[in-house]
Design a protein around this ligand. Structure first.
Ligand SMILES: Nc1ncnc2c1ncn2[C@@H]1O[C@H](COP(=O)(O)OP(=O)(O)OP(=O)(O)O)[C@@H](O)[C@H]1O
Length: 316
């Protein structure tokens, strides 16, 4: 559906995108996550044709975005990070204004706008001046506007940023509904945990480049793999140490009395083998468990801001 190949963008001497690649398939809710300044908004603005790329290619449903920007805009609904001003229009006038931009007017526009405002829960706000709506309501209005031309692809730039938990939950519920109705969604955030609730796929961007990409299941698998195994023994500490030293999958061990934290680079079968080796050496193991890590700690690791690594040191 959307292919981004080697996307580059500089602002003066500053490189915002240094060859970004993305591949989004139909029906995916694709989360673009990265720290502040990573290049998310720049990438989205280039896809939307709101800024010129220095190099690279953006292909949407086989159409080159640089060659046919208008055709691409018809396929995409865009929810920007900043809704901007609503020029003192009522909610209804605002929707009519944008519907007219897509050539939708009269009764058709009226019906469509009402249906969309119902979908985002603003049907009782049609007479309200849009500028006076709360931030959460404005975000939902922005979503309704993005859906006016019934695009198959939606791009949302940090839509939950600045929303309170209730409004953020409500917005995520709307995204889930859009996925159910067959839309493909690209959504950015600087919080991986925000996206993990709604996304099927995640791409982590750092310094204008892709740092990691995969399905949510793959990413969660990598999180588990990057966590240490906690092993508690009831004695035979030196025998346990000997096992750890011999096992090539053990990368580091730290110990606090009878509790070991073992950095282990192996799959489930290799974990089972390690446990078997401990039993074989008659080490009384009473606990053997992979620590569960958070999405944010994984994010910190792959974007090189990991403080947790320090605790996993080889101290024997
Ligand atoms: N118009 C501009 N002129 C100069 N530098 C810019 C401009 N827009 C963005 N940048 C810089 O490019 C880099 C990428 O910015 P961008 O807004 O794309 O990041 P982001 O990941 O969306 O960040 P945030 O989460 O803070 O919105 C940043 O270092 C930013 O300061």
């Amino acid at each position: 559906m959307l292919k981004v190949i080697g996307l580059k963008k500089k602002y003066g001497k500053h490189t915002a995108l240094a060859g970004l690649d993305m591949n989004i398939k139909k029906g995916q809710v694709y989360g673009l996550v990265g720290p502040n300044g990573a290049g998310k908004t720049t990438a989205i603005r280039l896809i939307m044709g709101l800024s010129h790329m220095d190099d690279g290619q953006i292909i949407i449903n086989g159409t080159d975005a640089r060659k046919k920007p208008l055709k691409v805009k018809e396929m995409i609904g865009y929810v920007p990070d900043n809704c901007g001003s609503y020029f003192n229009m009522s909610v209804n006038e605002y929707m009519e204004f944008f519907a007219a931009g897509f050539g939708i007017s009269g009764i058709k526009a009226e019906n469509r706008n009402l249906k969309l405002l119902e979908q985002v829960g603003l049907e009782d706000k049609v007479e309200f001046i849009a500028d006076t709506l709360s931030r959460g309501m404005q975000q939902r209005l922005s979503l309704a506007r993005a859906l006016i031309h019934d695009p198959e692809f939606l791009i949302m730039d940090e839509p939950t940023s600045g929303l309170d938990p209730r409004n953020s939950f409500e917005f995520k519920r709307l995204v889930k509904e859009l996925k159910k109705s067959g839309k493909t969604v690209l959504i950015s955030s600087h919080l991986l945990s925000e996206l993990s609730e709604i996304c099927t796929d995640i791409a982590v961007i750092e310094n204008g480049m892709l740092a990691a990409q995969g399905s949510l299941t793959e990413i969660l698998g990598r999180i588990e793999h990057s966590n240490p195994i906690k092993i508690v023994v009831l004695g035979a500490v030196s025998s346990a140490m000997a096992v750890f030293k011999e096992n090539p999958r053990v990368k580091a061990v730290s110990r606090n009395e009878n509790t070991f934290m073992v950095k282990f680079d192996g799959d489930k079968l290799e974990e089972a083998r390690l446990l078997y080796e401990l039993m074989d050496m008659e080490v009384p193991v009473c606990e053997f468990v992979r620590e569960t890590g958070s999405l944010e700690s994984f994010f910190m690791q792959i974007t090189n801001h990991d403080e947790e690594r320090v605790i996993i040191e080889n101290d024997y």
